[in-house]
Design a protein around this ligand. Structure first.
Ligand SMILES: C[S@@+](CC[C@H](N)C(=O)[O-])C[C@H]1O[C@@H](n2cnc3c(N)ncnc32)[C@H](O)[C@@H]1O
Length: 458
């Protein structure tokens, strides 16, 4: 692996850079595989029951993060499709320390993940927030919103709103968020070990362009953070221009105080300080098990701590007579049910005002949970409901074995003896989706766009 010489030269300016070790770890071809389990969908006896051929070790900076001793085929694991875990790079799970050490997560918070696709950090943040909190997960690039939405649905949450906006659109939401996470688009050098082809895209000019874009993104979203709110900035670049120079720029341009994060020395994360004394946390693959990553955290010292929400348009609530039909499918009763054409959504009542306001201000792609379509006094359930934590798990269901589960996820025809009507299908008790058992056949309702396209290797 031939690392770009201008990158190596530029890193000589970074104190903690160890050129020989850095080159060696890139040449080694070592791959680190890690995942984060979903606390809302616990796997029985994890890690012993699952991925049993592999050794599983805890990632010290994340409660639900684990290293795996190898890389299994996640595509052919039904529990992956059930949303019980997310395959995520280990260093980036350090976000958990930034959040838990700087924000009071027991309170209802409004959190924005501004650069969110495919959703690794968003699913992580969601697991750390209280149920009354709101997560707005945003992706500016239209083509990447669907994968974000799919991952949010699979994670099963009801307190997340997915939007497709440019960072500058958030200026309208002045003083609104308690926490803003900017996992910025960057030159990507931190992932060279895992994706060597990314080196072809790297150039010093691109680093400069990225750093200018990072400043623009931060300036655009800044008004949306409330006074005393937390800004978490991260990249997967080693370049100072995108890391410490950005923290200097934040300190010089905004009224903020830097936040220090307590780090256990055995983790081998390097704390740095820019010229303006903001703290940064660097992850070097030659010092720890993870890819290159940088994170810094600030508290806003200007602005207001209260946003003014003016709601002009409200969505249409479902007809009162239909509510009992919907309530049979969900647990709890704190929902606002709304209808757009035939599609019915459930929002937590506690977030109704926020969702309304966001619907007035953002290009919202998803919110709460889609329950399904109301057709002639009946609900045709949606896949989102099968994945959601609000699903009533006492609904009729059929447990599938491994082979049947894969066939279901491939959207093949199933031969099962079941009761007639809508049924959840589950694997190890985790819902995978819906089937409708008719008198002479079973219709597989797994979403076409999510189906496994490959055949299982023997
Ligand atoms: C590092 S990736 C985010 C990864 C994601 N946070 C995760 O953990 O799964 C950066 C994201 O920023 C988006 N992006 C690109 N240009 C942007 C811009 N000008 N403003 C905001 N986001 C941008 C990219 O599409 C990409 O999804």
């Amino acid at each position: 692996m031939q690392l770009p010489q201008p990158l190596l030269q530029s890193l000589e300016r970074v104190d903690s850079f160890d050129k020989a070790a850095f080159e060696q770890v890139h040449a080694s071809g070592k791959q680190v595989t890690s995942l984060r389990v979903n606390p809302a969908k616990p796997i029985a006896d994890f890690p012993h029951s699952h991925l049993s051929a592999l050794t599983v070790n805890a990632i010290p900076w994340s409660r639900n993060g684990y290293y795996l001793s190898g890389r299994p085929s996640f595509t052919f694991d039904p529990l992956f499709h059930a949303g019980t875990y997310y395959v995520q790079e280990a260093s980036s799970m350090f976000l958990e320390q930034a959040l838990t050490q700087t924000a009071d997560l027991s309170k209802p918070l409004r959190v924005l993940d501004l650069c969110a696709a495919p959703g690794g950090k968003s699913t992580h943040i969601q697991s750390l927030l209280s149920a009354e909190s709101l997560l707005v997960t945003n992706e500016v690039i239209r083509a990447r919103v669907n994968i974000l939405k799919d991952n949010i649905i699979k994670w099963g949450c009801n307190n997340v709103l997915v939007s497709n906006n440019d960072p500058k659109d958030f200026a309208k939401l002045e003083d609104y968020f308690d926490v803003i996470v900017v996992d910025a688009p960057c030159s990507g050098s931190g992932l060279f070990r895992r994706e060597p082809e990314a080196m072809d895209e790297w150039s010093p000019d691109n680093v400069v362009l990225c750093s200018q874009r990072q400043q623009r993104i931060l300036a655009d979203v800044w008004p949306a953070l409330k006074k005393d709110g937390i800004l978490i900035y991260s990249t997967c670049s080693y370049s100072k221009e995108e890391d410490e120079d950005i923290t200097d720029w934040v300190m010089e341009n905004f009224s903020v105080s830097p936040e220090k994060i307590q780090v256990d020395p055995s983790w081998n994360i390097v704390e740095t300080q820019g010229k303006q004394n903001a703290f940064g946390y660097r992850f070097w693959p030659d010092k720890l098990d993870g890819e290159g990553f940088f994170l810094a955290c600030f508290r806003k010292r200007e602005g207001d701590d209260e946003a003014v929400m003016k709601i002009k348009n409200k969505p249409i609530a479902v007809n009162k007579k239909d509510i009992p039909i919907l309530e049979k499918w969900v647990i709890g009763n704190d929902y606002f049910f709304l209808q757009h054409l035939q599609t019915v959504y459930a929002w937590p009542v506690a977030l109704q005002q926020d969702y309304n306001w966001l619907l007035n201000n953002l290009r919202v792609q998803y919110s709460g949970t889609i329950l399904g379509e109301l057709i002639r006094d009946k609900l045709v359930p949606d896949h989102s409901l099968a994945m959601s934590v609000i699903l009533d798990k006492s609904l009729p269901q059929t447990e599938l074995d491994y082979k049947q589960s894969i066939e279901y996820l491939q959207r093949k025809d199933l031969k099962l003896e079941t009761e007639k009507g809508w049924q959840l299908v589950t694997y190890q008790s985790h819902p995978l989706g819906w089937i409708n058992a008719l008198p002479n056949r079973i219709n597989n309702y797994y979403p076409r766009e999510l189906r496994i396209l490959k055949e299982r290797p023997e």
